[in-house]
Structure formats: structure tokens, C-alpha cells
Design a binder for this molecule. Structure first.
Ligand code: DP6
Length: 355
């Protein structure tokens, strides 16, 4: 697929114009862990798209003389942030071949998150996808391209991926896969794809309680963690396992088999952290509270009736997944037994994003 845009003139406009997009975070069920080349995943992944944890980004833009440079002013949560501004400028410079208008405009970018910055939840997926959606919206408005929804989302996902791999999946509602796998001939390493079938109704109303065990900055970034997969003794087996898990999970999402869902999802989470612990150098991102919560969840599941499970991203926080039908009981359980392990009793009540 060619996402480059010809060096044609922008459709004429003289005044200040504005685009604004929201994009959510996502929680991976099959984990992307390991990459090659320019943000190409070592294995396919799958995530649920969330709805309450999102980034909203607004770009106000005015024409400028095209001197080949990118010019931006960046506000995070209404405040100047030079570190983020620098990162975004470097990222946009890499995107000129896909958006030649980037050297012809001055961009005022303002971004804020729906979740507290102190929550320590990863925001690269929501922020990079929101930025990508804004850039595609500018292209759509002024070049007349990307008019079809599918084309618009595919390019947004492609651009988001260049910013942060997991961001590629955030532009689609419900759930998305990213990375080539044989069961879906149109799947790609370059952008994510929506599911090719309807998600089984049991999963459509799924909840994700994000239990904030710690809001401290990660000791090892995801990007560094991906890097450690290059020399990892278990890498080959892991990439095969991810493909097998994905195939099984796709069937589960179609047929509603919650028991197998729980088995695969928890195994993926523990595998991710096992890979970190067995990297060279090895490291541990789970905290004592993470393990306490996992034990409590597994004990609670022994009681008949309620099927809930956990997953983890690259950090100590626990994502507790359950059906909306069980939300009263599960939320009482959270209050009574899990909040004590959360920093400042903080948890975020999220759910799958529908269209
Ligand atoms: C554990 O997408 O944050 O959340 O591509 O380097 O930005 P970069 O990494 P990132 O890695 C996410 C890893 C994960 C699993 C996942 O979301 O699939």
C-alpha cells in the first residue's frame, strides 16, 4: 500500500483552520513484544479498544513559507512541554513524505488525556493515534484524498504505528489485530485491521477495570524491552506461541468461549512479564501489589458464576476484564479486596469502545 502523498499544492486557504480528534488507549490480549526494522512487529497482536481512557488532540494550522522545515508549538494539558514538543517535531519530520503539507504549515498542537497523568497508564497508544487521525483529517480536508472511511483509518493506523506500535490498533472500535497472520489474508505488518467477523455478544460489553498499583515512571521503557527480544533465548518460541494464541483467540472471540479466553489472556500477560524477567539484563516491572491482586482474582474465580480475568501491560498495573452483566459484583470485589493494593486507591472504570 502506498501512503505517500504527491507534492501537489494544498487546496487554497488563507485563514486559520482547525482539526480535532479523540483516540482511545487499547489493552492487548495477544501482546506485541519484539520488533524489527522500522516498527515492524515480530509477531501479530490483538487488543480490545477502550473508551474512557483517551487522548484528545487539536491542531490549529496556518500557511507558512515552505522552507523545508517543520514548525510546531505544543501544549500538553494546556501547558508548554518542551520535551514532548521536541519528540513530536522529530516524529513529524519523519512523516514529510506522507504529509508534504507539514513543511507548508505552522501547527499549534494541543493534547490532553481523559485519565490523570499521575495514573501512570501508557498514553503513547492514545496520543500517537490521536495525532495520526488529526494529520489524516488535514490531508482529507485539503487534498480530497482519504474520503473512504477504510482508507482514512488504514492510513491513520499506518502513521500511528510509526509513532508507537501499539497505537496502530487504537483507531478501530471493539478490537483490532496488527501484524500479518495467515488466517487473515489482508492483515499487514504496516497497519492494524478490524476483526473480519462480529465480536461475540459476550465480549461486546466487556469491562476493563484498570487497577493502578503504581504510577511511577517505568524502570525500563517498552522500546528498550522490545530491543531485548533481539537476543532473547526464547524469542523464536514466543513468536510462534503468539501466532498460535492469536488463532485460538480469534475463534474464542467468534464463539464466546469465555473459559478459553481466560486461559489465553492470562497466559499472554504472564508470558510478557516472563520474557522481561528472562531478558539479558532481566528486569521486573510487577510490584508486590500486582501479584497480590492476581492471587485475589484467581481465588475469586474459584467461586461459581463469575468469570473474570486479568491482563498486564508493560508495567505493574492490572487490567481486570469482566462482563458488564457481572459489574455490580466485580466492582464490590474491587472495592472490598483490591483497592488496598492500588496507589491512592486509584482505579479507572473503562470498557470496550463500540462504534
Ligand atoms: C506490552 O507500542 O509501547 O503494551 O512501538 O516502542 O512504542 P513502541 O512500543 P509500545 O509497546 C507496547 C507493548 C505492550 C503490548 C501491546 O500493546 O501489544
Amino acid at each position: 500500500m502506498n501512503f505517500k502523498l504527491d507534492q501537489q499544492e494544498l487546496l487554497a486557504f488563507s485563514k486559520e483552520e482547525k482539526v480535532r480528534k479523540q483516540s482511545p488507549s487499547n489493552i492487548a490480549l495477544i501482546k506485541y513484544w519484539g520488533k524489527k526494522g522500522n516498527q515492524i512487529p515480530a509477531n501479530p497482536s490483538l487488543s480490545f479498544t477502550l473508551s474512557k481512557s483517551f487522548t484528545e488532540t487539536e491542531i490549529t494550522y496556518t500557511p507558512k513559507k515552505d522552507d523545508g522545515t517543520v514548525s510546531i508549538h505544543f501544549l500538553f494539558e494546556k501547558t508548554e512541554n518542551h520535551k514532548f514538543e521536541h519528540k513530536i517535531k522529530i516524529f513529524l519530520e519523519k512523516l514529510i513524505e506522507y504529509f508534504p503539507f507539514l513543511t507548508k504549515l505552522h501547527l499549534k498542537i494541543s493534547s490532553s488525556n481523559s485519565f490523570p497523568h499521575s495514573a501512570g497508564i501508557a498514553s503513547s497508544a492514545s496520543s500517537m493515534s490521536a495525532l495520526a487521525l488529526c494529520l489524516c483529517e488535514i490531508e482529507k480536508k485539503h487534498y480530497g484524498t482519504l474520503q473512504l472511511e477504510d482508507d482514512f483509518l488504514r492510513k491513520s493506523s499506518f502513521i500511528a504505528r510509526l509513532g508507537s506500535g501499539s497505537a496502530a490498533r487504537s483507531v478501530f472500535p471493539y478490537a483490532a489485530t496488527w501484524g500479518e497472520f495467515v488466517e487473515n489474508p489482508v492483515s499487514s505488518d504496516e497497519y492494524a485491521s478490524p476483526l473480519t467477523f462480529d465480536l461475540h455478544p459476550v465480549f461486546r460489553n466487556y469491562r476493563d477495570a484498570i487497577l493502578i498499583v503504581s504510577n511511577k515512571a517505568k524502570k525500563v521503557s517498552s522500546t528498550a524491552g522490545h530491543g531485548l527480544m533481539h537476543q532473547h533465548p526464547f524469542a523464536k518460541a514466543r513468536f510462534e506461541q503468539a501466532k498460535n494464541h492469536l488463532k485460538l483467540l480469534l475463534n474464542v472471540l467468534k464463539n464466546g468461549d469465555v473459559n478459553t479466553f481466560i486461559e489465553i489472556v492470562e497466559n499472554e500477560a504472564l508470558t510478557l512479564h516472563a520474557l522481561m524477567m528472562s531478558s539479558n539484563p532481566g528486569y521486573i516491572l510487577m510490584e508486590p501489589g500486582t501479584l497480590q491482586i492476581i492471587e485475589k482474582i484467581r481465588a475469586y474465580r474459584e467461586r461459581p458464576g463469575i468469570k473474570l480475568c486479568f491482563t498486564l501491560d508493560a508495567g505493574p498495573n492490572v487490567h481486570l476484564l469482566y462482563s458488564a452483566n457481572d459489574s455490580d459484583n466485580v466492582e464490590k470485589f474491587i472495592q472490598k479486596e483490591l483497592l488496598t493494593y492500588c496507589e491512592n486507591n486509584l482505579w479507572i472504570k473503562d470498557k470496550i469502545k463500540s462504534v
